[in-house]
Design a protein around this ligand. Structure first.
Ligand code: HEC
Length: 112
């Protein structure tokens, strides 16, 4: 009987833990950081305003996670039309998009 209660407790806390993790962004910040390497060439040093000299590029560090996912999927699907970003997003899997978005969203709060 004791064992049964103990297992039930374990199960409950495991479930709580999973729920807590899912409540946040589903992308992985660490792998997003690696995958975002090419993006920062145009989108600037993470956490800072973009300083690319030749044309304007929106600042995406600290941008909302859902916004980034939606924007990237729209570029990928061709719903949002931009030659450069279309090519960038085309190469990304949905998982890449989630990881990269989690990474850029995590940069929020830094002075920019
Ligand atoms: C060659 C330069 C370049 C590279 C590399 C690049 N981007 Fe962009 N990105 C742009 C430009 C220019 C825009 C603005 C496009 C537009 O007006 O729709 C943009 C727009 C965006 C937007 C929409 C921002 C908004 O405010 O709506 C997101 C999100 C984004 N890029 C993410 C990425 C990610 C993630 C990567 C790496 C996989 C990446 N970009 C790589 C130039 C680049």
């Amino acid at each position: 009987m004791r064992n049964l209660i103990f297992s039930a407790m374990l199960l409950t806390s495991a479930t709580l833990l999973t729920t807590a993790q899912n409540a946040h962004a589903s992308g992985d910040v660490e792998s997003g950081k690696v995958k975002a390497y090419t993006c920062t060439g145009c989108h600037g040093i993470p956490g800072y305003k973009n300083v690319y000299p030749t044309y304007k590029v929106p600042k995406i560090g600290g941008q909302n996670y859902e916004y980034l996912v939606i924007a990237l999927k729209a570029y990928k699907a061709g719903e949002r039309d931009h030659p450069t970003m279309g090519l960038q997003a085309e190469a990304l899997s949905d998982q890449d998009i989630e990881d990269i978005s989690a990474y850029f969203a995590s940069l929020g709060g830094e002075s920019s």
